[in-house]
Design a protein around this ligand. Structure first.
Ligand code: PMP
Length: 419
């Protein structure tokens, strides 16, 4: 068998088919999926309502390239302008989150005429040359402030569970945001192209931006002639209880990036900007597959399904039940150090000691493996690999939430012992 690096488990797991909240391996075992192929299949695996529309489009028109317009692409551009925060109107379609962040950064440079893009500590933005440089999940805490040869500088994020300044909210006055201004001043960088931020860092450990933080980033970016690029590749499309989590903050992003759940598993991604920013692209942009009719039809069907079934509201409801259950588990399992997230974008940080907050990295892997043995799929994240990442389909029922909690309870008992 081909060797795949970064498998989640010691032993590979090979899936054969999926149906809404469940996955089936090649031996026919059924798993409750609380990871959704990294937060992608938010409407459930092989959702029949969505797939019917994908199949119809497949038989009608599959591909023509961005040299031409197609109705699904035009309709999708209109729909994205409706469901994203006010002012965002011009969409650029690509194939992956990495490509979309990359394009957004290049657009910010074209619009502002500035070079430096500030990304944040422990952020994840992708695997292209530029987005890899902007990715800092395993970055050391004391890296010198950039910019690197690609014009990327890494600024401090608001990571309140382990505040690098040893402060607490709200008396901290968001010293983390202020430190970015100071670092820019010290590096003699007056003008920047953008600050690039995930409102909830996913790969970085489900770290939720506290109130005021994104607002502060926007001020810093604008003061230096730059834009705020919000990366909602992981948080977008209903998971956090609203279509985009940005609308839960007091900001108006200049460019918003999306991907993953956008077409429920058909590869789709886009970035959307204000008109005047989008106009900065003067040369023709081109993407062979970006927004092709099949992908656009899949995205439209996904958005319709989310709206028709009010999945953001279901994410709020199921998320609250999940978190209440996790808090009950925390009263019995010392391993649980922190429970974070919004809606059904949940992270549970495991610690060796609640006072020192030392990360329980080995135990996290063991818990995830134990869950797998008991037919529950959850993910892992964080710079120390100590966060259990929970992201089920937004269609998950109360009974399924309770099943997931009971499997997690068993895994924590086996791995961590009980009080
Ligand atoms: N941005 C964020 C916030 C992500 O979580 C990811 C993927 N984990 C990406 C960008 C890159 O997306 P892709 O893997 O589709 O290139």
């Amino acid at each position: 068998m081909a060797q795949i690096r970064h498998q989640l488990y010691d032993q590979p797991l090979t899936f054969d088919r999926g149906s809404m909240e469940y996955l089936y391996d090649v031996d026919g075992n059924e798993y409750l999926d609380c990871f959704c192929g990294i937060m992608v299949t938010s409407c459930g695996h092989c959702n029949p309502v969505i797939n019917e529309r994908i199949k119809a489009q497949l038989d009608r028109l599959q591909h023509v390239s961005t040299f031409y317009l197609t109705e699904p692409m035009l309709e999708l551009a209109e729909r994205l302008a409706e469901i994203t925060p006010d002012g965002l109107s011009r969409s650029f379609f690509v194939n992956s989150g990495s490509e979309a962040v990359d394009g957004a950064a290049l657009l910010a440079r074209a619009h502002t005429g500035n070079e430096v893009v500030v990304a944040l500590r422990h952020g994840y933005h992708g695997r292209t040359l530029l987005t890899e440089a902007a990715t800092n999940v395993f970055g050391s805490d004391d890296l010198p402030f950039g910019p690197d040869p690609l014009g990327i500088a890494i600024g401090e994020n608001a990571r309140c569970f382990r505040c690098p300044f040893g402060l607490e909210r709200p008396s901290c006055d968001l010293a983390c945001a202020e430190s970015i201004s100071t670092a820019l001043d010290e590096a003699g960088i007056d003008r920047i192209a953008a600050i690039l931020a995930e409102p909830i860092q996913g790969v970085g450990g489900v770290v939720v931006a506290p109130p005021g933080y994104l607002e502060a980033l926007q001020r810093i970016a604008h003061d230096r002639g730059g834009l705020l690029i919000i990366d909602e590749v992981q948080s977008g499309f209903g998971r956090t209880g609203s279509m985009f989590v940005t609308s839960q903050y007091e900001i108006e992003p200049d460019i918003l990036v999306m991907g993953k759940a956008m077409a429920n598993g058909i590869p789709a991604a886009a970035y959307i900007a204000r008109d005047e920013i989008g106009e900065a692209i003067e040369r023709p942009t081109f993407s062979t597959y970006g927004g092709n009719p099949l992908v656009s039809a899949a995205a439209l069907a996904t958005i319709d399904y989310m709206v028709d079934n009010d999945l953001p509201a279901r994410a709020r409801h199921a998320g609250a039940r999940f978190v209440a259950g996790l808090e009950e588990l925390a009263s019995r399992h010392d391993l649980l150090g922190d429970i974070r997230g919004r809606g059904l974008f949940i992270g549970v940080e495991l610690v060796l000691d609640r006072d020192t907050r030392a990360p329980a990295s080995d135990q996290t892997l063991a818990v995830i493996d134990e869950c797998r043995d008991n037919k529950l799929i959850v993910g892992k994240s964080g710079p120390y690999g100590s966060v259990v990442r929970i992201g089920p389909p937004l269609t998950i029922s109360d009974d399924q939430v309770d099943t997931a909690l009971s499997i997690l309870d068993g895994a924590l008992t086996t791995i961590g012992g009980q009080r």
